[in-house]
Design a protein around this ligand. Structure first.
Ligand code: NG6
Ligand code: CA
Length: 498
């Protein structure tokens, strides 16, 4: 639909001359999605040692959710849920994927970008993908498909998996950027290529040391997960990644300013390896992890400024969140632990990335739409999975997310009645949140992942916490409240079908 037809209903709404419902407007939609940013990493969410003024502007000018969740405590499943509106535990392959994994989303599946496309939106992704590419045997030297362009994105500029996994190249609409024909790329997650150095065997070549994992191919002095050969001219410069994604996101906005667009701006910070641009080095006093959060915040400020300069800010709904909770040492020696000081990445919550405790999945979650949302803090229980059907309600699309719920009025700050319940996931284990309560069934496995120093939520006994009274999950009420436990277990089994 042409933009000029959209302005009229908007004007009517604003002037209050008619009872036009929001269903009839088509604002641009931007999802800004960080990687491993914790509930306590944002000053608007209580961080005192770190300043995030640009994220704070969104939080203070929109709805700041205090009970907003990623579906999972790791990246791939959370991104799967965000884009499909389906619980990732329904898909047994929705685990942290290697860079060679096939596309996880079926090309026949409904997706958020497809739904928006059907309503006339231009759709784009810039940043981290990590949902697999191709059919299982990718040739990185030809157009790679299926990928984001086959599940609903008109435009894609992505890294395939994570910053710490090969191939360390950008892929634009299926083609590796700056690849030279006489230096083809090969990738293997099992075996090294003959004569290629590795983090394990060539420590003298490293500018960042590995702590666990991350000892395969070396790119830019950083040891990675997986082996890669060739593609020299195509390899990204880690320190420029934030600027690269920002520029692509800004260009996307400028290209599509005259039509409704959806941009999924999937930033890489503060996932490892943390490689701030030199102009951000030392800005946080917390080492690279803090510095890349400052860098990410700056990027968000620049991005919002572009929307403003293009006169789009009042016609753009911005959603801000993170794919999972925080981790300090995620496999490199990068001073994240040593220089943390008094900063609390998980805020008042327990656990972190990989954990079934709250800090694994409860993340900063903000909706911002200048002139359309009354600034407020909302305690409503919402999941990123709910964006699918809620945005469908906004633009008049089909609500096809199987587990997604329409909470458009909650996301627009017109109601605080969110979900009654939500299943949370951490590396294939699940727990049930219902009202103020969380029930974690018994799981085998270590209580703590010693390598990353995070409590995982595993216990031989049932755990039951009242999150309103005990946000830090210190007081297990499973024995004291058998009726509550029974009620939770019944619903959990109903939903999980066990
Ligand atoms: C883990 C990696 C970790 C990170 C994570 C994925 C090791 C030892 N650890 O397997 O560094 O890459 O996968 O993170 O390899 S996520 O945010 O994309 O889920
Ligand atoms: Ca992540």
């Amino acid at each position: 639909m042409n933009r000029k037809w959209l302005i009229l209903p908007l004007l009517i709404m604003i002037l209050g001359c008619s009872e036009k419902s929001p269903e009839e407007v088509q604002p641009n939609i931007v999802v800004i999605y960080l990687d491993d940013l914790g509930y306590g990493d944002v000053s608007a969410y209580g961080a005192t040692e770190l300043e995030t003024p640009n994220i704070d502007n969104l939080a203070n000018g929109g709805v700041k959710f205090t009970n907003g969740y990623a579906s999972s405590a790791t990246c791939t499943p959370s991104r799967y849920a965000l884009l499909t509106g389906e619980y990732p535990w329904r898909n047994e392959d929705a685990n942290i994927l290697p860079g060679t994994a096939p596309l996880l989303i079926d090309t026949a599946q409904s997706t958020l970008p497809k739904m928006l496309k059907s309503q006339g939106y231009q759709t784009g992704i810039v940043g981290k993908w990590h949902l697999g590419l191709g059919n299982g045997n990718v040739d990185w030297n030809t157009t790679i498909a299926p990928g984001p362009n086959e599940v609903g994105f008109d435009y894609s500029f992505i890294m395939a998996a994570t910053q710490d996994r090969v191939p360390t190249v950008y892929i634009e609409n299926g083609n590796v950027v700056r690849l030279e024909k006489d230096d083809p790329i090969s990738v293997d997650y099992q075996n090294n290529f003959e004569g290629e150095p590795t983090g394990k065997d060539n420590p003298e070549m490293l500018k960042m040391k590995w702590h666990h994992g991350h000892n395969s191919s070396i790119v830019n002095g950083i040891p990675r997960i997986g082996y890669m050969k060739g593609g020299e001219s195509a390899k990204w410069v880690d320190e420029n990644m934030a600027d690269t994604f920002l520029l692509r996101a800004q260009q996307y906005v400028k290209r599509h300013k005259d039509e409704p667009f959806f941009l999924y701006y999937a930033m890489q910070q503060p996932h490892v390896p943390r490689t701030p641009h030199p102009r951000f080095v030392g800005t946080s006093g917390m080492g690279p992890r803090g510095d890349v959060i400052v860098e990410a915040d700056w990027c968000i400020g620049q991005f919002v400024k572009t929307l403003e300069e293009e006169d789009l800010l009042e016609n753009t709904l911005i959603v801000f969140s993170s794919d999972n909770g925080p981790v300090l040492n995620d496999g490199y020696y990068d001073d994240a632990v040593e220089k943390l000081g008094d900063h609390k990445p998980r805020g008042p919550l327990r656990g972190g990335k990989y954990s079934l405790f709250e800090a694994g999945t409860r993340v900063p979650f903000i909706t911002y739409w200048k002139g359309h949302i009354n600034p407020q803090t909302s305690d409503a229980l919402v999941s990123q999975m709910d964006l699918f059907n809620s945005l469908a309600a906004l633009v008049g699309g089909e609500k096809q997310g199987p587990d997604s719920k329409n909470f458009l009025n909650v996301f627009l700050g017109q109601s605080d009645q969110g979900r009654e319940h939500l299943i949370l996931e951490a590396t294939s284990r699940t727990a049930l949140r219902k009202g103020d309560w969380i029930m974690i069934p018994p799981y085998n496995g270590p209580a703590v992942n010693e390598l990353v120093d995070i409590e995982l939520g595993n216990s031989e006994s049932y755990q039951l916490y009242n999150l309103r009274e005990d946000i830090g999950q210190q007081n297990n009420l499973a024995k004291e409240k058998p009726e509550k436990l029974k009620e939770m277990l019944k619903l959990f089994e109903e939903i999980r079908g066990t």
